[in-house]
Design a protein around this ligand. Structure first.
Ligand code: B12
Ligand code: SF4
Ligand code: SF4
Length: 267
C-alpha cells in the first residue's frame, strides 16, 4: 500500500503539470510516513503552540500521517534569482498553483484510501495561520521531519535529500503502514561544519541570521510581493475560514532559490 500511495502522488503531480492551464513544472515528489502516535508528534502542541492540532483531532483513528514534498524545477528557482528584492512572477505563480495542487491531490488521495477501505483526512488549519504570531496550528514541516523527509537548515526550510526548493503537504490516515523514522544525519552545511551560509547572505531583509529567523521581518517582504502579485490568486485563508487572508501571493524565497541545498542530491 505504501508504494501505491507513492506512485499515486507521483502520477498525480505528473498529470497536473501536463495541463494547459498549469505553468509550473515539478521534479519527482518524495513521500514519507510519520507515526501518528510518536512522542515527537504528540509533543507538537508543547513544541510549537498549545493550539497545534494532533493527528487524532483530524481523524480519531489516526495511525499514520502521509507527508510529501513536491520539488520545483530549477527554471522556477532561476527565475527568482534575477529580479532584485521582489520575487519573480513565476515563483508567485508556482506558489499558488502548488497550493491548488495540494487541495486536489489530497482529496484524490483520500478517495483512494476510502476505496482501499481506509479512512483519511486533512485539516483546514494547514492552510491558515495566526496573522499576529505568524504560526500555524498544523506544521507540515514538523510532520515531514518525523516522517524522515529531512532536517531543518538555517534558512528555516526543511532540507530533503533532494533539496528544499519545493512545497510540503500532509494527509492523516488510519492505514496500518510501517512508519519511517526521522533522518539521523544533519543535512545543513552550516549546522554540520560551519560552512556555506549562502541563505543568510541572500536574504534581502535581514530576517535570516546564523542565530535565528525573524518571521515578522520576513513577512513584511512577503506582503510587499502580495501587493504586486494579485493575478494568481491567494491560497491561504483567514483563520475563521472566511476567504483569502491576503490580496495576493505572499512570497519571497530568496533564501531558497540560490542555495546549494535547493536541488542537491544527498546519499
Ligand atoms: C506561517 C508560515 C509562514 C510565515 C511565517 C514563517 C514561518 N517560518 O513560520 C511567513 C508568511 C513569513 C512564511 C514565509 C515563508 N514560507 Co511559509 N509557511 C507558513 C506555514 C503556513 C506555517 C509555518 C508554521 O507556523 N510553523 C510552525 C512554526 C513554529 O515552525 P517554524 O517557523 O517552521 O519554526 C520551527 C523550525 O524552524 C523548527 N526547527 C528549527 N531547527 C530545528 C531543528 C530540529 C531538530 C527540529 C525538530 C525543528 C527545528 O523549530 C522551529 C520552532 O518550532 C507553513 C505551512 C504549514 N501549514 O506548515 C508554510 C511553509 C513553512 N512556508 C514555506 C515557504 C516555502 C515559505 C517562503 C519561502 C515563502 C515563499 N513560498 O516564497 C518563506 C520562507 C521563510 C523562512 N525562511 O522560513 C514552506 C516551506 C518549505 C520547506 N522546504 O521547508 C511551507 C512548509 C509551506 C508548504 N506547504 O510547503 N511562511
Ligand atoms: S544555504 Fe547552506 S547554510 Fe543555508 S540552509 Fe542551505 S546548506 Fe544550510
Ligand atoms: S523568504 Fe525572503 S525575507 Fe524571508 S527569510 Fe527567506 S529570503 Fe529572507
Amino acid at each position: 500500500m505504501k508504494q501505491t500511495i507513492i506512485d499515486f502522488i507521483r502520477a498525480y503531480v505528473q498529470e497536473y503539470q501536463s495541463r494547459d492551464t498549469i505553468a509550473t513544472s515539478y521534479g519527482e515528489p518524495l513521500v514519507g510516513f510519520a507515526d501518528a502516535h510518536h512522542p515527537y508528534i504528540q509533543s507538537l502542541p508543547q513544541l510549537i503552540s498549545p493550539t497545534h492540532e494532533l493527528p487524532q483531532n483530524v481523524l480519531p483513528e489516526a495511525r499514520i500521517i502521509i507527508a510529501y514534498f513536491v520539488p520545483f524545477t530549477r527554471d522556477i528557482a532561476k527565475s527568482n534569482r534575477t529580479t532584485g528584492i521582489l520575487a519573480s512572477p513565476e515563483w508567485a505563480r508556482a506558489y499558488e498553483e502548488t497550493n491548488a495542487l495540494f487541495g486536489e491531490l489530497n482529496e484524490a488521495l483520500i478517495r483512494l484510501i476510502h476505496e482501499k477501505a481506509g479512512l483519511a483526512g486533512i485539516t483546514p488549519k494547514a492552510t491558515t495561520f495566526d496573522q499576529q504570531r505568524l504560526i500555524s496550528d498544523w506544521s507540515h514541516r514538523h510532520i515531514a521531519y518525523a516522517a524522515g523527509l529531512g532536517t531543518f537548515g538555517i534558512n528555516n526550510m526543511l532540507l530533503t535529500k533532494h533539496g528544499c526548493c519545493g512545497r510540503f503537504s500532509t494527509v492523516v490516515t488510519n492505514l496500518d503502514l510501517a512508519p519511517d523514522a526521522p533522518a539521523d544525519a544533519e543535512y545543513c552545511l552550516y549546522k554540520k561544519n560551519g560552512s556555506c551560509g549562502v541563505c543568510v547572505k541572500n536574504c534581502p531583509t535581514g530576517a535570516l541570521t546564523a542565530e535565528g529567523y525573524d518571521r515578522h521581518k520576513c513577512y513584511a517582504l512577503c506582503r510587499e510581493n502580495a501587493k504586486i502579485y494579485t493575478q494568481f490568486g491567494s491560497s491561504y485563508t483567514n483563520e475563521d475560514g472566511t476567504g483569502a487572508n491576503s490580496e495576493g501571493s505572499e512570497v519571497c524565497g530568496k533564501c531558497v532559490t540560490s542555495s546549494p541545498c535547493a536541488f542537491w542530491r544527498l546519499k
